[in-house]
Write a protein that binds this ligand. Sequence first.
Ligand code: HEM
Length: 125
Amino acid sequence: MKVHVVFIGLGLVFLVIGMLFGIWMGVQQDFRFAAAHAHWNLVGFVTSSIYGLTHRAYPKLADSRLTWIQCITHVIGVLIFAPGIVLAVATEQHMPAIIGANVLVLAALMFMFIYFTHDHRTSPD
Ligand code: HEM
């Protein structure tokens, strides 16, 4: 399985879940969790899709030994961070959101490293 397929596929799964969460908020008229909904969509769908499309645009990036570690780190970060915001809003327990945020930063740093250390000039066109 190629990493861009995983990133884009998971991004779409996160998108549908995020939309259903948005509909739930609207139906309940309970907008306390708007930040969790927004970040679920933004790091879950938008960021994952951009990582996936960047891999698709620059296939050499996937040669990095960090590729799958970065992908798994990002997904773990999403799964901790957005539910962590729900927990922070509902219970004042902020630690999961803080941990999730740092895991996401770690994944972003890894992606930046992969991008700058591999041949990103070789694009399909
Ligand atoms: C079926 C699709 C969606 C529904 C029903 C939905 C619903 C909502 C609702 C009810 C709110 C709260 C509005 C308020 O506080 O007055 C909201 C906020 C927001 N949504 Fe969505 N949404 C959807 C898709 C998305 C997507 C795809 C994204 C991003 C890629 C997104 C990003 C945001 C952002 C940034 C906010 C503002 C958060 C804040 O004020 O803290 N939403 N959405």
